[in-house]
Design a protein around this ligand. Structure first.
Ligand SMILES: Cc1cc2nc3c(=O)[nH]c(=O)nc-3n(C[C@H](O)[C@H](O)[C@H](O)COP(=O)(O)O)c2cc1C
Length: 174
């Protein structure tokens, strides 16, 4: 059984590629990938922690498979699991809806009582508005494959350094 379930939605495949890159940063069998278009929240029950990734589509909207998935999601699916989020967006094409889906996802999970980890600084991004902001930070890792693909690997590595101990259940208190 994989310890960490990485659930993602995608339209053109970028988020799937990132999900695979994230999986590679862990030991073999530590992370199992789930395409939300082909699975249900019940798959989360056997995971000890979760990573959830989504692009923003439309004008600041969730991809349809994520909307459907969230419609079936209940607090019991998330109970006791640290959850780290990541979002893909395009800060040049959508500067007033930048990674909004990440913020919408975060809000919904929070309402269900989720234990969310992995906020991320806004430094290095240029945008006007984003629903993914809380207290001056993004609520999860933000990646922009359209304009800053060259920064993606280092962003992933830095973020994982922060969230890995909690996801693997080896975080030291204090
Ligand atoms: C039709 C369309 C609408 C989009 N709307 C937004 C948006 O509102 N905000 C944003 O930050 N990015 C937006 N994007 C950019 C995507 O989130 C970005 O290209 C992402 O990498 C796509 O990931 P995917 O290949 O996993 O679907 C949009 C892209 C497309 C094609």
């Amino acid at each position: 059984m994989a310890k960490i379930g990485l659930f993602y939605a995608t339209d053109t495949g970028n988020t799937r590629k990132i999900a695979k890159r994230i999986k590679k940063q862990f030991a073999e069998d530590e992370v199992e990938l789930f395409d939300m278009a082909k699975t249900t929240p019940d798959e989360m029950l056997s995971c000890e922690s979760l990573i959830i990734g989504t692009p923003t589509l439309g004008d600041g909207e969730l991809p349809d498979p994520l909307t459907e998935f969230l419609g079936q999601l209940e607090a019991r699916h998330l109970e006791g699991k640290p959850i780290a989020l990541f979002g893909l967006g395009d800060q040049v094409g959508y500067p007033t809806e930048f990674v909004d889906a990440l913020g919408i996802l975060h809000k919904k999970l929070k309402k269900l009582g989720a234990q969310l980890i992995g906020s991320w600084p806004v430094d290095g991004y240029e945008f006007e508005k984003s629903k993914a902001l809380r207290d001056g930070e993004f609520v999860g890792l933000v990646l922009d494959q359209d304009n800053q693909a060259d920064l993606t690997n280092e962003r992933i590595e830095e973020w994982l350094e922060q969230v890995k101990p909690e996801l693997l259940g080896i975080a030291v208190a204090g």
